[in-house]
Design a protein around this ligand. Structure first.
Ligand code: GAR
Length: 208
């Protein structure tokens, strides 16, 4: 799993594994920052942690090449991005095509990029949420397979909206991973398959 900061999605995934709600194993956590708070959750769970600091690699290609090398040591089935705040090179993404998964705090294709909660409020969107998707070369653009919708309330500011979306992200990522772990959802020849059939629209979970 790749993180850069707080690591609350990592924490939720580790808790779900611990509770038997998710049949998966986190082999390693790699952070792009030394001070990522999320590293503590991996350390507590005795999971290998590594830091690959962007400052040590001025060229993006060199960083991603080193990152690829670290990941390959663990031979993971999936590479999960959870608040990994770096734009990945096309070469890196191609290397892990169909195995690279990201969570993004918006109803993609709406609100790609940063500050999604502020922008949802600025644009007076009635509905916000989060998406889990396969990563492709373009930023926040790969096929989305699971979403959760979170209504924007009249009294919301960016912080209150972000907090409600984050709560739902934790459920969303776990459910997305369970679909992948069960083999219900997969990637074949550039297409997302759900129960063996091409998935044309993202599946939705109810906000709990
Ligand atoms: C989450 O809200 C995640 O969706 C977002 O970063 C946060 C990480 O939180 N990711 C992106 O914005 C990616 N474009 P966490 O470190 O507590 O899991």
């Amino acid at each position: 799993m790749l993180i850069s900061g707080r690591g609350s999605n990592l924490k939720a995934i580790l808790q779900a594994i611990e509770a038997g709600r998710l049949h998966a194993r986190v082999e390693a956590v790699i952070s792009s920052r030394h001070d990522a708070g999320g590293l503590q959750y991996a350390q507590r769970a005795a999971i290998d942690t590594l830091v690959l600091d962007g400052c040590d690699y001025p060229r993006r290609e060199d960083y991603d090449h080193a990152l690829q090398g670290l990941i390959e040591r663990f031979k993971p089935d999936l590479v999960l991005l959870a608040g990994f705040m770096r734009i990945l090179t096309a070469g890196f993404v191609r290397q892990f095509r169909g195995r690279l998964i990201n969570i993004h705090p918006s109803l993609l294709p709406q609100l790609r990029g940063l500050r999604t909660h502020e922008r949802a409020i600025e644009q007076a969107l009635p509905m916000h949420g989060a998406s889990v998707h396969f990563v492709t070369e373009e930023l926040d653009s790969g096929p989305v397979f699971l979403q959760v919708r979170v209504p924007v309330l009249a009294e919301d500011d960016a912080a209150s909206l972000a907090a409600r979306v984050l709560q739902q992200e934790h459920r969303l990522y776990v459910q997305a991973l369970q679909l992948l772990a069960d083999g219900q959802l997969g990637w074949k020849d550039g297409q997302v398959l759900y129960q063996g059939q091409p998935l044309h629209e993202p599946l939705q979970i109810n906000a709990g």
